[in-house]
Structure formats: C-alpha cells, structure tokens
Design a binder for this molecule. Sequence first.
Ligand SMILES: [Fe+2]
Length: 197
Amino acid sequence: MTERSKVLQDFLDSVHDVLKSAKAGPEAGKCIARVFDALERPSSPGRNQPTRLPACTHLPVALETARSGGPSLARIATSFAALEPQLTWTRRPKVDGSQSDNFADGHANAMIIGPNGLEPREDVWVGVSLLAPHVRYPDHDHSPEEVYLVLSKGRFQHGDSEWFEPGIGGSFYNTPNIKHAMASGDEPLFAIWCLAS
Ligand SMILES: [Fe+2]
C-alpha cells in the first residue's frame, strides 16, 4: 500500500482539523468531507522539482500572521513550514487583464495534492496561494467545487458578491464554475484551497 510522508500527513491533518469545524455552510461541509475522505487513501508521490519564486519572500510574514490566529492555525503554519521546502511554487499561467500590474512577481501558487504536486492525483486538489502586499489575483473559475481556508488578511470575491474579508482562519465555499478572485492589502495574503472533482 502507498504510504504518505509524515510531513505531508501532518499538514493535511492540521488543515482537516480546522476545516472540519469551519462554519462555511453545509455545501462547504460536504466538500470538506469529500476531500478528506478521499485523502484517506494516499496516492503515489510525484517527482516534482522544488522551486521558489520571488513572492515566496513574503512567506515568513504570512506564517507569522497565521500563528497569531490561535493554536490550530499555528499548527498549520508549522506543518506548512516543514513541508514547504518540497514544494514547486509556480506562477498562474493564465491571466485575463483583471490582475494588478505587479501580479507576475507578486504571487506564487503551490500544488500539494493534485496535478504536478507532491501527491499527483485528479480527484482531489489541495494547494496554497501567496500574494505579496497590494496584489490583485485575476478572475478565474474551474469546474471542481472548492473550499478556501484563509490564513491572513485579504479580500475575496466570488460570483456577483461584493469583496469580503474572511479574516485569519476564515473559510468559504465556491460552487463549481463560479468566477472568483482575491486581493491583498498592506500585508501578504496566504490561503489554502481544497477542491473536489
Ligand atoms: Fe479557485
């Protein structure tokens, strides 16, 4: 049977622990259950090449902010810091003009579970986005439903909603194919996303 590394399992457990008591509505609850039920069966590790990007210099500040959100979020910050040297940080390949001019070097994404991630698979994706201060991520959409866990300050928008601030430790649900975006203010934005196809 395929085994998952302890450092990856610790990170997933820390995220699950927070999300299972998240108050993001019944659809989010079902999505979270779907993601973490599937993750009980590990897939084989991938062969990703660890890489950092310029925006990664904001990670220590972002993790410090997460730690300020209480012991459960501090556990995520610590387990993520342990996992991070294995990650391939990437730029979003597609933009549509809604992004800020500083977007290219002002953001970094990392797929942890999912295509090209540490554990490549199609059924579940878990990853992170990091934005430098004053960056607007472009509008985007995808068919899998999604739950965000936000570990910093920062604004989000989905569908026709106004921009809203979930706050440190806040979470919310994106229905399949809904258009969504995020933007940082004076501080870096750091969020974890979980998608179930
Ligand atoms: Fe998304």
